[in-house]
Design a protein around this ligand. Structure first.
Ligand SMILES: [Fe+2]
Ligand SMILES: [Fe+2]
Length: 347
């Protein structure tokens, strides 16, 4: 088992036989003086009875009349649960999706022939992400103590929605390519800076410590974004044409896995707030209309779509069709327009 784990690569076959990645400029030279794990304190949560725990606009079920009618205490409780879910999502994402990939890269077992500096920097990403997972978990514990309101019910046994979506994606890949979805998903999730990461630090309705915690995370993720764009630039030319044809059409599903709202989790929380099954179905479908979700995902992913275009992925007709069917093509990306990073809609 351990020998198997040692040898297992994310992308099969001898890495040296694949084209070598050379396009890399490190953003980690000043990591010791910039990384939050090195220079930021533990954030200490203090309850603010008048404050919001999470922006309602990023969790639109609470704005639905059927939920709002239940009163401020119910809405506030749901926003608190949403904050718990975000913290839990962060810990799971780091542990399941990012740390394993960065670890494989650091040990030279991604299956790609990457520059030495890129491998060295992957260790710093592992450390950053372990810290993000740790401080998110620690913060959730502080919130429970300070507010006296623990997470509602047991943790979701199925995990956040991205976990099952990622399993579905893996099963759509040919056997020989299974594992590459983890690289793909790390690229997708690390280059899509979330709406939470970009919006929460600026939202002065929220407790200060929440804003600081998310800002600490966002600052590290800026460096990771640049890194994983480089990973994509190394990955795509390293794939054979038939591998590209197999992987390319699945990219929109990886984007969806990360960006689509976690409907089941929302349903679970609404049930905890006392809504009936019919009310939950109505609230979820009306708070997240399918065409609006699709549009929001496309806008959030516009820059990433540009990155895939840049490496030539959309030159394959089935990949292009898949992007078109997902509504991802033809959306101007925000970085192009204003030097900004796009949003996430999962919030
Ligand atoms: Fe992170
Ligand atoms: Fe990251």
């Amino acid at each position: 088992m351990y020998l198997h784990a040692f040898k297992e690569q994310l992308l099969g076959g001898p890495a040296e036989a694949r084209p070598h990645g050379r396009d890399y400029t490190s953003r980690f030279a000043r990591w010791d003086s910039l990384a939050s794990v090195r220079r930021k304190p533990r954030r200490e949560f203090e309850a603010d009875p008048a404050g919001l725990y999470f922006p309602p606009e990023l969790y639109p079920v609470v704005l639905h009349p059927l939920v709002a009618a239940r009163g401020e205490a119910v809405v506030s409780g749901l926003l608190l649960q949403r904050l718990y879910d975000y913290l839990d999502f962060t810990t799971e994402l780091e542990n399941l999706a990012v740390i394993p990939v960065a670890t494989k890269i650091s040990r030279g077992r991604s299956g790609l022939a990457l520059p030495e500096q890129m491998r060295a920097d992957a260790h710093k990403i592992v450390t950053d992400e372990a810290w993000h997972a740790q401080f998110s978990d620690d913060f959730a514990r502080q919130i429970a103590t300070e507010t006296g309101c623990p997470r509602l019910g047991p943790q979701n046994p199925a995990g956040p929605a991205f976990v099952t979506r990622l399993d579905e994606l893996r099963h759509r890949l040919p056997h020989g390519l299974r594992g590459v979805e983890s690289l793909l998903f790390a690229i997708v999730s690390e280059t899509l800076i979330s709406g939470i990461l970009s919006d929460l630090p600026r939202d002065d309705r929220l407790p200060t410590a929440v804003r600081e915690l998310v800002r600490d995370h966002a600052e590290d993720e800026g460096r990771h974004h640049v890194y994983f764009r480089s990973v994509l630039k190394c990955l795509w030319p390293a794939l054979t044409p038939s591998e590209r044809r197999a992987v390319g059409p699945l990219v929109p599903a990886a984007i969806h896995a990360f960006l689509a709202p976690d409907y089941e989790r929302a349903a679970h929380q609404l049930a905890g707030a006392g809504l009936s099954r019919d009310e939950i179905d109505q609230v979820v479908s009306e708070a997240w209309p399918a065409d609006q979700v699709r549009r929001s995902i496309a806008e959030a992913a516009a820059q990433l779509t540009y990155y895939f275009t840049e490496v030539g992925a959309l030159g394959d007709s089935r990949t292009l069709s898949s992007f078109e069917e997902a509504g991802l093509v033809g959306i101007p990306h925000e970085a192009e327009k204003a030097g900004r990073v796009p949003r996430e809609v999962t919030a």
